[in-house]
Design a protein around this ligand. Sequence first.
Ligand code: MG
Length: 243
Amino acid sequence: MFEKAIQNYLKGKGYNKINLKAVLFDMDGVLFDSMKNHAKAWNKAMAIYGMNLSEEEAYMHEGRTGASTINIVCMRERGCNASEEEIKKIYQTKSDIFNSLPKAEAMPGAYTLLRNIKDSGLQPVLVTGSGQLSLIDNLNHHFPGIFQKEFMVTAFDVKYGKPNPEPYLMGLKKARINPNEAVVVENAPLGVKAGVAAGIFTIAVNTGPLPDSALLDEGANILFNSMQELSDNWNCFRNEIDK
Ligand code: MG
């Protein structure tokens, strides 16, 4: 099952081999079971400003920067972009609601996988569109000893954000590696699109309510139904890469 996916990737990109040095992880919906809270917070925040953004739609926007999501909804609901000031206000409201909800748990299987990857000498890199100020503390609390600040791409580093390949290209740059020296782990259609556009082998984990096709249609090279399933299969996948 892995062999074919790897061969298809190599053939499509013209590489001989995946020379794995780093694993680029998205955060929400991959490392944390946080997407339900994000969807709820987006829905409630937009309603406060008189705009409609359903929880289902929030999953389709996952990965975008807050500003980009706000502008897309403003354009549809009001016919114009939001001002810088209003973007700040809406995003603050959304963050406040998000922070008032029960704290999201670490995704089952995530720490075992991260530990395995780190202990085998690979570099874990975080690539998130999130701009939460508590992000680094939260990561260190749940996944001690895994992530280093110099190997993180957050909302503060990027101009465009996903689905643009920019965040993943920046992740490669921070790890000083080429696209065929990494794999991406993503749960969102737009995140998969960004990983694929960056030329990286992209693993989808479908941890939310969207159909698998939403991830496969964006070019995911392989799909798992949970982080636990990915963790359970990681060594097998790694062996296939190293063949
Ligand atoms: Mg995500």
